[in-house]
Design a protein. Sequence first.
Lengths: 399, 399, 144, 144
Amino acid sequence: MGEKRTIYMDHSATTYTRKEVLEAMIPYFTEHFGNPSSIYGIARDSKKAIDMARVQTAKALGADPDEIYFTSGGSESDNWAIKGVALANRKRGNHLITTQIEHHAVLHTCQFLEKEGFEVTYLPVDQYGLVDPLVLEKAITEKTILISIMYANNEIGTIEPIVELGAIARKHKVYFHTDAVQVIGCIPIDVKAQNIDLLSLSAHKFYGPKGTGALYVKKGVRIDNLIHGGGQERRRRAGTENIAGIVGLGKAIEMATADIPGHNAKIRSMRDRLIKGMLEKIPNARLNGHPEKRLPGNVNVSFEFIEGESMLLWLDDEGICASTGSACTSGSLEPSHVLLATGLPVEISHGSLRLTLGDANMEGDVDFVLEVLPKVVTKLREMSPLYQKSGKEGGCNVQ
Amino acid sequence: MGEKRTIYMDHSATTYTRKEVLEAMIPYFTEHFGNPSSIYGIARDSKKAIDMARVQTAKALGADPDEIYFTSGGSESDNWAIKGVALANRKRGNHLITTQIEHHAVLHTCQFLEKEGFEVTYLPVDQYGLVDPLVLEKAITEKTILISIMYANNEIGTIEPIVELGAIARKHKVYFHTDAVQVIGCIPIDVKAQNIDLLSLSAHKFYGPKGTGALYVKKGVRIDNLIHGGGQERRRRAGTENIAGIVGLGKAIEMATADIPGHNAKIRSMRDRLIKGMLEKIPNARLNGHPEKRLPGNVNVSFEFIEGESMLLWLDDEGICASTGSACTSGSLEPSHVLLATGLPVEISHGSLRLTLGDANMEGDVDFVLEVLPKVVTKLREMSPLYQKSGKEGGCNVQ
Amino acid sequence: MYSEKVMDHFKNPRNVGEIENPDGVGEVGNPVCGDIMKIFLKIENNIITDAKFKTFGCGAAIASSSMATELVRGKTLEEAWEVSNKAVAEALEGLPPIKMHCSVLAEEGIHKAINDYRKKHGLELWVEKNPHAHDHSEDPTSDH
Amino acid sequence: MYSEKVMDHFKNPRNVGEIENPDGVGEVGNPVCGDIMKIFLKIENNIITDAKFKTFGCGAAIASSSMATELVRGKTLEEAWEVSNKAVAEALEGLPPIKMHCSVLAEEGIHKAINDYRKKHGLELWVEKNPHAHDHSEDPTSDH
Ligand SMILES: Cc1ncc(COP(=O)(O)O)c(C=O)c1O
Ligand SMILES: Cc1ncc(COP(=O)(O)O)c(C=O)c1O
């Protein structure tokens, strides 16, 4: 695969660390390496750097700095938010509400809590992946202590009506958590205006380093610790701080939120051209997710009669980095739980492709994908026993 | 405090990241940044890098690579080991054994489990901080499912008889976890020969980056996940991998364990000269911890009649970075739980100083500290109402 | 994640296509599970003179079909019946553990096509020795 | 963590020492808690003409003793009694929340020394207005 250009269209899986971000981080490995809990000079430098990252993060979310807690990433933030609130509020009730299309960091945490005696309602979504606020409201019981609904879905890019959903939670005095891992830099966040009590984010989704995230916890929310130990993060998250990572997160969120409309306009125009081109050039293809309420960089299309991984391998051969479901499950044999929740038939969901655009892309990348992809689909369809050259009615020829 | 030289004697709190380690990490931020769960080329590079770090870590511990799980640090590893084993083995029993001198990452985790219905025995230690294997054996009941004893203490440097303690655990078929955060690069580890079932470590204690650690879990040990979600770390620890951090951990552990005897010889000779000099030059001072069974870099001395923080501030003024108890609690008003467990009176434990030597030190640093410290102690004693110039009998003049 | 051999057979699959008027056909798998293999055999004098396939599935499924058809060509039916999933996986220089079922599918496809032929010719159907004898064990040369 | 003013009073503490034949002495705190302050006052015509201290404690404890003795010098006993812990902390340009108790200790030390004087002179002892009135609140200018 030699010297070919790499076209990275998997920004929802992870992003590179921006140059400016890495540069901001470097001094904290070797020079200002002191443990921020110590009192001497070099430790005070680390402490100041963390304080600054906290201010940057708070500003990007419309929060107070002392509502921001740094973690090791989106998964830890999700685990902490959900287990922490569940355990701390057990006396008030044992019912949680989430959706069928959450990331596994939320779903598996909820399943863990079910084993511990909690009850969880997994809300359905419509064909576009949208949660219906009325359905949420009906699901709330006297025992509901937490609602956790993602801001936007990582696979199909659907943006949920968070403000409305949060307002319902608030009306019923139930804590509202949102997994905003995919939206930082794409949707302006204002936790106060948007009725959010807890919010998870992860730096490597917005050109920051991997292994660093944050949880916003509104002042007054009752939450247990997930990682117990030393007094870091105002006694709420133990462990010597990943100073360089935190500095990187702060810098990255500042840069990612500096001009969201400008960033989105550029990405969205590439995305729309890509979707249009794919659907025009390739028959028996359908767009997953919502046509408008979708992340600016997200393209998710299903191609009948073929399987996703073999598409990825061919695209990789052409230097195109893409994914099927979410990256974490692409080693798996199960079809995407998100696509199934939108009602897509299992056999078709196997043939879905996710391309997520971001700062690494240029218009030419779109052209190249539109040139390569139809050939790949044709090649695979030609060897598929499901594909009848006669046309669409090929369908699924189950034994 | 301007242009003065900084003498870093707080290696147990954290270390700088070694130059070679940082260099190994850099490409994984910007170039090989792919999500290792993906299948395309750049993601395979990340995957390979993680595999290599796993091999390096396994080798340093005498473990198999697939017994190593990367985490966000020592605290997470401790939390995971203890909660994970406790929850997964609840049916067999609800009793845990640990010691009174563990790091808070262990102690607070155990306290959390006590709230969840587990019973915990906190073993006492002798005046040197040693756990008595006979006392451990007596504490084991039919319900004991986990014994967690640190390899060496972070405050007083005492090295526990881990091999013997582990053998007792094995004899009684109880899982044995050790917090080895302080010993990597100081004591050769061989988990098989040393009867260890679970072992926590943290990269920033051996010249690796902060925010990365590992948990060794012997094959077959029943353990629940702590962070649920994606399938990373063979489905045991969710979250997009901190690739750069993991690469740094691998490189750091390889370098730290390449020549342990040589490293220790150098550090130990500085340590011994420092201890000897301090005790000779400063009256009413006593060494905490064991005279021989102690970490090569650890010096922990109590000075009567004065308080630790004011010592630290004066030392900082001279460019010397030191600590009182462990870094995480140095913002706290409580005297060290470790010193109290060794039987040191509270008022004296307030006046203790920890100096931990490491690769940043040279012989000249020892001379400088031996020159400065006696003056600091004298100055503070002169303003202490507890100090009677007449001599030792001053003692503690409690109201 | 895949060996070079797998990638070679994925990118340059041997024997793709259908055989007109095949002597035996076997279709296995299920689109719901994400893979279907259809094996076509030409059989003359108890010998497989041609083998082709069509496959809907992942890289490993395509490579396994390609390799399996390669392996049975020129063999007697008895010999072809003995081509195990393990043999397919080994010929591919290993498959990741979660992909071992693809080689199983290929073995089953061949068996089904052979029995299709035997049925058409009024011969007694051969039975799988032990449906659980397929080697699903982890392949130490690969990882997932 | 400490303001410049705290560091100045810690590094160059004013009024360290004992007063020979003091008119009032107050010792407060407890070595078990990690701080003891002993305040010595020289009082002439109801006015504090000299104040000294000896302190066992952290940086904030030493700085608070230094500042408190500075603040009461030259004051009448009535005025000195009104020097609150908050005044001490403010004069130090703030103390970290977990260190506010050091300023409380300083106030108490002064009070105790004044009452020691009053007792020696057969005067009625003054009582703390409200033992809980000390300002322990978080100081927004600092952090811990
Ligand atoms: C003995 C011991 N255990 C656990 C930890 C926690 O490690 P970390 O701060 O990397 O989470 C530390 C250090 O802070 C330690 O010294
Ligand atoms: C929506 C969503 N939530 C949570 C996560 C988990 O974040 P991380 O991998 O940083 O732990 C991801 C990404 O993997 C995600 O897309």
